[in-house]
Design a protein around this ligand. Structure first.
Ligand SMILES: [Ca+2]
Ligand SMILES: [Ca+2]
Length: 195
């Protein structure tokens, strides 16, 4: 009876335990310049069929040496190609940088998908200072599963870097293991009480 009450209290405590999150920042800096990038961390990167995304050594002074750039089927750098980012699990607190902006204001559209469905179209706004990393904050959205950066109009196109996010906030604790630990602990408590 005592154990059962303790177990119930313990399970409640487990359920109410603060959720934890892992953080990843994808920098493309572990690639050699020119390498094709399809995945980093829990993200998959893609663009139009036949084109590719590559790590590109352009030192903008922030996250050296590489940024992510799109190359067309002919092998030429083409910053107007769309960028698609798919996350293997939903992510939150997402920020990323665009680089190489030449124009001022909204120069692309970010389609945000959450829990697998389209949620919002957000303007990608830049300051026109080519050398600056332009940070974009999507922390208003939780459980982002896909980003599409499309309709790029910036002169010469854009590059990207430093996708940072958290994930695994719901529960990454394997329940059987957690429950086993809990029960072991409670059994020990029960034994102590009896002695
Ligand atoms: Ca980088
Ligand atoms: Ca540009």
């Amino acid at each position: 009876m005592v154990i059962r009450t303790l177990a119930a209290a313990g399970l409640l405590a487990l359920a109410a335990a603060p959720a934890f999150a892992l953080t990843q920042t994808l920098t493309f800096d572990s690639f050699a310049s020119g390498d094709v990038v399809t995945t980093e961390g829990i993200a998959a990167f893609s663009t139009e069929t036949g084109a590719s995304l590559r790590a590109l050594a352009i030192d903008f002074g922030t996250s050296a040496p590489n940024v992510l750039g799109a190359y067309n089927a002919g092998g030429g750098l083409d910053g107007f190609l769309p960028l698609y980012v798919d996350f293997s699990v939903g992510v939150s607190n997402l920020t990323f940088s665009s680089v190489g902006d030449d124009d001022v204001g909204a120069v692309a559209t970010i389609n945000v998908f959450t829990d697998g469905v389209f949620n919002a179209a957000v303007a990608l706004v830049v300051d026109g200072v080519y050398e600056n990393f332009q940070s974009h904050d999507l922390s208003a959205y939780s459980n982002i599963t896909r980003l599409e950066i499309v309709d790029i109009t910036d002169g010469g196109g854009l590059g990207y870097d430093d996708f940072s996010f958290t994930y695994g906030e719901t529960s990454d604790v394997p329940l059987p293991a957690g429950a086993a630990l809990l029960l072991t602990g409670l059994a020990a408590l029960g034994l102590k009480r009896r002695s």
